[in-house]
Design a protein. Structure first.
Length: 173
């Protein structure tokens, strides 16, 4: 049987989903004016954004893991601002924090790469995005084993961005 808090959470989630579907539906069917400029976007940037859906997907998965945990854990359902948090939610929050930091870095670097590097190097963004996903999976899996358990995952997420950033700097100088 669902507790009152769970029912309230489900109601809020359902309302949010409905508002989302209505809003997107209005945009899809042309009722709302476009909020983004018309096409003519630099093609490599568009490709980078497509591949970066993987990066954003990792971030979304992390958020979903915490939301799911909070929903089923009485001690954590009220959120971090209203509870001390169980050890499990603190681990999930630490993983989310790291994923958020890595995602912001990767998304920025990928956009700059796609905008400034020659076409012969544009395949780097898909590779970096795939490494990001592999790195996050390994990081999530190994986090509980400490620094050694998450090192490879961290490296596969972090180093592609740093290497790309260094190459960008060298290219622009």
């Amino acid at each position: 049987m669902l507790r009152d808090k769970q029912i309230n959470v489900l109601a809020g989630m359902a309302m949010g989903l409905m508002a989302t579907l209505i809003s997107i539906g209005l945009a899809v069917f042309g009722v709302l004016e476009p909020i983004v400029p018309p096409a003519n976007i630099y093609e490599p940037l568009m490709d980078a954004v497509r591949w970066d859906a993987l990066v954003v997907g990792c971030l979304a998965a992390n958020i979903a893991m915490i939301a799911s945990h909070r929903f089923i854990t009485e001690a954590d359902i009220d959120g971090g601002g209203l509870s001390v948090g169980t050890p499990r939610v603190r681990v999930l929050q630490a993983i989310l924090q790291n994923t958020l930091e890595q995602a912001v870095l990767a998304l920025g670097v990928h956009a700059v790469w796609a905008s400034t590097m020659p076409p012969t190097l544009h395949a780097v963004v898909p590779v970096a995005s795939l490494l990001f996903v592999a790195g996050r999976l390994l990081f999530w899996r190994g986090y509980a084993r400490g620094a050694a358990g998450r090192a490879l995952g961290f490296a596969l997420t972090f180093y592609p961005s740093i290497v790309m950033l260094l190459i960008i700097a060298a290219h622009l100088i």
